[in-house]
Ligand binder design. Structure first.
Ligand code: ADP
Ligand code: MG
Length: 587
């Protein structure tokens, strides 16, 4: 239907819009990065679809993005000849937020803003930092398009899907206040024009040089050419002479468009890497570390992988997006290539560019591809050694890393059996040595501190750091000064049920089975226990009768010092803590 209709935004959209505008206020210029990144995505999508249907190129095969300024009208237009959107697609992608995580995102943002306004009395610094965090959230959430409303009070989007005819264009328009209009229009060229009607106070963006500098700051690496009108340095008089000649305007490329990962390492500065990271991750923070490698031979590929400084808000979402993009010979193939990185390294961002995969590779092909498996294996090794050297050479960075991603890494030994020893080397724990709850002791440090004669790594799991630290099971260990790892993250039970030893040392729960402190305990302990068992035989018998089937046995033990009694589970039984965890998730 050609008639103009007015539609309401989904409730979430209005909420998100409101928050986007407020929280990105100090990073206004990113609107251009977001729109150019969408335009470039649209170009990549067209390139990909045209592999199987070359008619989509129509008579316009040179993909590009154009940024146009109209100073008098106060508008900035980002125009692409990419895949475009049908009317239905506009309603689905621009008028609503399909993601199930929306609600949580809005909540997360509100929590942070609540926190910010409480703590931000007088300190501008703090406020900006929170805004930056919100910006990070927004980038990861992908409300990029709405960032247009940071600088515009009206946005018009005119689009035509490649493959549809000219009369199937669609015009979407909104002031970002709850509703939008939709109209079928004619559009000769395929692709999308996004026209920003700048707010009065944002008119500074209707300026050629301002836009050029923003583009080279944020979008220089975009592979698709980003063009602006060619600068005309001639005097007014000369220009006027030419004006009536009515020739097509000339454009020039503004971004270098170099695929950074294809350049030689020695030609790339740290700043180049950092800005590339920000570009692909939509993060405001710098990365903690990166690894750039080229592999030659029968399976040729290049990888550039980054470890972020901060965990994304949706790291615990079941369907959290993976951050590695797959390219084949510089052509973008897909985002969220989860076959390139295991789940426990899902925070890693970056690029894999293969020389050997077919261009029309699909998710299905990726599932069973030997080359992909090899790349994935190598990716894991690279990230692990990146983390190993960070732990060794940049302990402060590693601390930050562990705080943000430690609980994810703990999923590693279960998922990646082959690398479990290396992953275990990266783990950090809080222990009975030291006071705080900070997880800062490695298994290697633990082993160095082991008592003479000790051959096991002892740990306790509990549902909080305090419960772990104050467990009566630790009494004997304290007395003998044997260190015990205090595990209270949810994932810890999962970890210890998959990690049974490290460097030949068995991991042993202090709450399970027969506790044998071996040579560490003096012989007299054993004698005392045997004596107690004899002396109190009657008591133990009566207790067992009273408790009946609820216990296997009642016996004397040397594991306690101050407490009179404790409950112990069998070596192969589920720990009491795991039982609690399972119960709490309804198992
Ligand atoms: P994201 O890019 O993370 O998906 P955005 O809010 O930036 O989130 O864009 C939302 C969606 O709108 C995109 O996924 C895409 O489907 C559509 N879109 C936005 N801009 C364009 C464009 N220039 N061409 C085609 N589709 C677009
Ligand atoms: Mg986007």
């Amino acid at each position: 239907s050609a008639q103009k209709e007015t539609l309401e935004f989904q409730a979430e959209v209005s909420q998100v819009l409101d928050l986007v505008i407020r929280s990105l206020y100090s990073n206004k210029e990113i609107f251009l990065r977001e729109l150019i990144s969408n335009a470039s995505d649209a170009a990549e999508k067209l390139r990909f679809e045209s592999l199987t249907d070359s008619s989509l190129f129509e008579d316009d095969p040179e993909l590009r993005v154009r940024v146009l300024v109209d100073k008098d009208a106060g508008t900035v237009t980002v125009s692409d000849n990419g895949i475009g959107l049908s009317r239905q697609e506009v309603v689905e992608t621009i008028g609503s937020i399909a993601s199930s995580g929306t609600r949580r995102f809005v909540e997360a943002l509100k929590d942070r803003q609540g926190g910010a306004s409480r703590s931000d009395s007088g300190s501008d610094q703090g406020g900006n930092k929170d805004a930056a965090t919100d910006g990070t959230l927004i980038g990861q959430f992908g409300v990029g398009f709405y960032s247009a409303f940071i600088v515009a009070d009206k946005v018009t989007l005119i689009s035509r899907r490649a493959g549809l005819s000219a009369e199937h264009g669609v015009c979407w328009e909104s002031d970002g206040r709850g509703s939008y209009t939709l109209e079928t229009v004619e559009k000769a060229g395929r692709g999308t024009d996004v026209i920003l009607h700048l707010k009065d106070e944002e008119k500074e963006f209707a300026d050629d040089w301002r836009l050029r500098s923003v583009i080279s700051k944020f979008s220089d690496h975009i592979a698709v050419p980003v063009e602006m009108l060619k600068q005309d340095f001639r005097g007014d008089e000369e220009k006027e002479k030419d004006a009536d000649k009515d020739k097509a305007p000339e454009f020039e490329r503004v971004n270098t468009g170099q695929a950074l990962w294809m350049r030689n390492k020695s030609d790339i500065s740290d700043d180049d890497y950092k800005s590339f990271y920000k570009h692909i991750s939509h993060d405001f923070e710098e990365p903690l570390a990166w690894a750039h490698n080229r592999v030659e031979g029968t399976n040729e590929y290049t990888t550039l992988l980054f470890v972020p400084k901060r965990a994304p808000w949706d790291m615990w979402d079941r369907d959290q997006k993976h951050g590695v993009k797959l390219y084949v010979r510089r052509v973008f193939i897909m985002d969220e290539a989860d076959k390139l990185m295991p789940h426990y390294l899902r925070f890693v961002k970056g690029v894999v560019d293969s020389n050997d995969l077919p261009l029309n590779v699909s998710r299905e092909i990726l599932q069973h591809n030997r080359k992909i498996d090899t790349i994935r294996g190598a990716n894991v090794k690279r990230v692990l050694s990146l983390l190993e050297s960070m732990a060794k050479d940049e302990p402060d960075h590693y601390k930050t890393f562990w705080k943000e991603f430690g609980r994810v890494i703990k999923e590693g030994p279960a998922e990646d059996y082959a690398n479990r020893e290396r992953i275990a080397g990266l783990l950090r724990f809080s222990t009975t040595v030291g006071e705080g709850d900070e997880q800062d002791t490695s298994l290697d440090t633990y082993i160095e501190r082991m008592k003479e004669g000790q051959d096991k790594i002892y740990y306790i799991t509990a549902d909080s750091p305090a419960a772990a630290r104050h467990s009566p099971h630790l009494e004997m260990f304290r007395k003998k000064e044997v260190e015990v790892l205090l595990l209270s993250d949810r994932v810890d039970e999962w970890l210890v049920s998959n990690l049974h030893e490290y460097k030949g040392k068995h991991l042993q729960s202090v709450t399970k089975g027969e506790l044998d402190l071996g040579e560490i305990g003096a012989k007299e302990e054993k004698e005392k226990t045997e004596q107690a068992a004899k002396e109190h035989e009657d008591l133990f018998k009566r207790l067992k009768e009273a408790l009946g089937d609820r216990v296997d046995a009642v016996r004397a033990s040397s594991r306690l010092v101050d407490s009179p009694a404790c409950i112990v589970v069998g070596e192969h039984d589920m720990s009491a803590n795991l039982a609690r965890v399972l119960k709490s998730v309804g198992q």
